[in-house]
Design a binder for this molecule. Structure first.
Ligand SMILES: C/C=C/C(=O)SCCNC(=O)CCNC(=O)[C@H](O)C(C)(C)COP(=O)(O)OP(=O)(O)OC[C@H]1O[C@@H](n2cnc3c(N)ncnc32)[C@H](O)[C@@H]1OP(=O)(O)O
Length: 669
């Protein structure tokens, strides 16, 4: 079967060859695309009519960069020679050294390898809204198509380091401001402008610049070394467990000290090694896991399209209600907040305005945000809402009454949602005929996780709508049944509290150990967060029986166990495992109960809500790399020594004895 060419070459009457990268939707750079690009450039170079070349991406997208699914497993860059081929033979010796000028016409994304192709062209023209960035470090690798050498030479060392080390994305307008691109053009004039620029280079009316050999924007060696050393200190401080930022700085330095070609070789070798690292695999796992929270098998793949949700009713004026209203306003939804009496309504509206003010908006933005809010005492305005969030404290009877009222006053299409983690959603709608449009949402503040709670009745359309709402609010949605995020966060704290047998250095040491492991939030700080999430009390959380047992068992262990242990005597590894393995165990209970669709959803939740290091792939992925046998045996030992808190659940035991993967979940959703 013939392979479809993934770049197209068209030669215009003006003598400019337009090469289009065509690998929709994002024009990712697979090995085949690179080979096709090479042959298109070679063809253009051989063609006598061609005076200059413009490279761009089809459908307004330059290129999303290399296809990261191939790292670590593909034939693509299996051997160092092959990386050298891509970076040196193709990008440098063919593209940049071409005897006809090449100009990149950038619209949409130009990330990673995509931007690196553009950097090797002799000029770059971009649309103001295009997005540019060398984002490789977010996958545990470094720019591998010459970006470590060319970006510093184009924008200077400090800006290049900032962009590369932080995987920072800039728009075309800002890229122009920092001389990363040579000119701006609107999308519909992009190719014409780039063609004109390319011809101007060929006529020597614009400079012909090979960025690899520029030196005018590089700092003198002594100053450069100082900047690089400062960057090293910062990288060690921010991510002491990661080596790839340091490798990247070394590679940049090599180019400055020994010349860019040596830099390119060092870059190629480093990429080859880093792409096979656990860090790279874990970060790529999280990259896709985050995207997959929006994909729910049997729901989002059925052709259902999200309906418009623009007006949101919030029922209640307490802490959760005002926080919910604020979150919706920040997501640009119209919010109608209903309270029972005038004074409570005034207080709630003032609280929301204060919340908005705390987001440090400029005056106009604050005024616009405030204009999205309306307070009411009756249901009149609810006849126009698309979604209502019930956020009142009260008995199940009160909530049943509210949902009954909502059914009377709201339009047929309106979705009814409860934000209470403690309430049975099936009971709430028991007296209505609207069970199909009832769901739950838990804002796991301060994290951006939004739990969407399914019931056995909830329509798939409602889930699709709520996922879209989450996207608009820039939240990370996790479809659950019951409570998930709060449970894993709570056990993280409980485990540390259990380990805190004695006051004093124990707590501090545990915090240090967890920080060293890479946790973004200390287990003790997490206690406040969990209290906030479950609004004040651990006890009001609806947790699994097992988890409740653990809480009891854990408490008794802390207080009463004759086998009480001293934190100071434990090794750092013991402390880390004794805090995190119970959390893994809780995740296993959650999976056993079928409360999530995918193990990777817990990975995302752990990274986003618990501060679990993304470079370890998230909680379950990390556990999977350690192996359930090891985790289970450790928990069993501690369970015998210290009590039931550490008792491994049936799911973990089963995985341990069968040697099956922790990543497989049988969901009941
Ligand atoms: C040596 C060189 C190294 C490199 O080049 S490393 C890679 C550097 N590239 C990046 O960091 C870009 C990462 N991607 C993104 O940030 C976003 O995407 C975009 C902003 C480019 C586009 O966003 P949106 O239009 O919302 O599309 P979407 O839903 O994110 O992506 C569409 C499909 O493309 C997959 N995808 C995106 N980027 C990559 C990639 N770099 N490698 C492999 N797949 C990728 C997604 O997962 C998804 O897939 P599905 O449709 O199945 O959900």
């Amino acid at each position: 079967m013939a392979i479809k060419p993934q770049t197209q070459l068209v030669v215009g009457d003006d003598g400019v060859a337009i090469i289009t990268i065509n690998n929709p939707p994002l024009n990712l750079l697979s090995f085949e695309v690179m080979i096709s690009l090479k042959s298109s450039i070679e063809e253009a170079l051989l063609c006598h009519e061609v005076k200059a070349i413009v490279v761009h991406g089809s459908r307004g997208k330059f290129s999303g960069g290399a296809d990261v699914t191939v790292f670590g497993k593909s034939h693509m860059v299996k051997k160092q020679k092959e990386i050298g081929f891509l970076s040196i033979d193709l990008i440098t010796d063919l593209l940049e050294a071409s005897r006809k000028p090449l100009v990149a016409a950038i619209d949409g994304p130009a990330f990673g390898g995509g931007l690196e192709i553009a950097l090797a062209c002799h000029a770059r023209i971009a649309t103001p809204t295009s997005q540019l960035g060398l984002t490789e470090l977010q996958y545990g690798i470094i720019p591998g198509f010459g970006g470590t050498q060319r970006l510093p030479r184009l924008v200077g060392l400090p800006k290049a380091l900032e962009m590369i080390l932080m995987s920072k994305r800039v728009n075309g307008k800002d890229a122009f401001g920092m001389s990363l691109v040579d000119d701006l053009a609107p999308a519909d004039e992009l190719i014409t402008s780039a063609s004109r620029w390319a011809l101007d280079i060929s006529h020597a009316t614009k400079p012909w610049i090979a960025s690899l050999y520029r030196t005018d924007r590089l700092q003198p060696l002594k100053e450069a070394r100082l900047i690089l050393n400062t960057a090293r200190v910062g990288a060690r401080k921010h991510n002491p467990n990661l080596i790839h930022p340091l490798v990247c700085i070394d590679v940049i330095e090599e180019g400055i000290v020994s010349g860019p070609r040596n830099g390119l070789w060092k870059e190629a070798a480093a990429l080859n090694e880093l792409r096979q690292s656990e860090t790279c695999k874990s970060l790529i796992h999280i990259f896709f896991a985050r995207r997959n929270t929006f994909k729910i098998s049997g729901i989002t793949d059925t052709g259902l399209q999200p309906r418009k949700v623009e007006r949101v009713g919030v029922f209640g004026g307490g802490l959760i209600a005002t926080a919910t209203a604020t979150a919706f306003i920040l997501g640009n939804f119209h919010v109608i907040l209903k309270e029972d009496n005038h004074n409570s309504l005034v207080a709630a509206l003032a609280e929301i305005k204060a919340n908005l003010q705390s987001h440090y908006m400029v005056k106009e933005k604050l005024e616009k945000a405030s204009s999205l809010l309306k307070g009411v005492l009756d249901y009149d305005s609810f006849k126009h809402v698309d979604l209502v969030v019930e956020a009142v404290e009260g008995s199940i009877q009160l909530k049943q009454q509210i949902f009954g009222d909502l059914e009377l006053y709201c339009p047929q299409h309106c979705i009814f949602v409860s934000s209470s983690p403690t309430v049975d959603l099936n009971l709430i709608g028991e007296r209505t005929k609207s069970q199909f449009r009832i769901a739950g949402v838990h804002f796991c503040s301060p994290s951006p996780v939004l739990e969407i709670v399914n019931t056995e009745w909830t329509w798939h359309q409602v889930i699709v709508d709520l996922l879209h709402v989450a996207k608009k609010m820039k939240k990370t949605p996790i479809l659950v049944s019951g409570v998930v995020v709060n449970r894993i966060c709570a056990v993280y704290s409980q485990a540390a509290v259990c380990l805190l047998a004695k006051q004093g250095q124990g707590k501090h040491r545990m915090e240090q150990v967890m920080e060293k492991f890479g946790m973004g939030i200390s287990p003790f700080r997490m206690m406040d967060v969990v209290a906030g999430m479950s609004k004040g009390s651990f006890k009001t959380m609806r947790v699994s029986t097992l988890s409740q047992n653990k809480q009891d068992a854990g408490n008794s262990t802390c207080k009463d166990s004759p086998n009480d242990f001293k934190v100071a005597k434990l090794s750092e590894e013991d402390i880390m495992e004794m805090i995190l393995f119970p959390v893994v165990n809780e995740a296993c209970c959650i999976m056993e109960e079928g409360r999530v669709m995918k193990a990777s959803d817990i990975d995302v939740a752990s990274v986003v809500a618990m501060g679990f290091p993304a470079y370890r792939g998230g909680l379950v992925y990390w556990a999977h790399t350690l192996g359930s046998k090891y985790i289970c045996s450790r928990l069993e030992t501690w369970s015998n020594q210290y009590g039931r808190f550490f008792n491994p659940c049936a799911y973990l035991r089963k995985n341990s004895s069968l040697g099956t993967s922790l990543m497989q979940v049988k969901s009941h959703l």
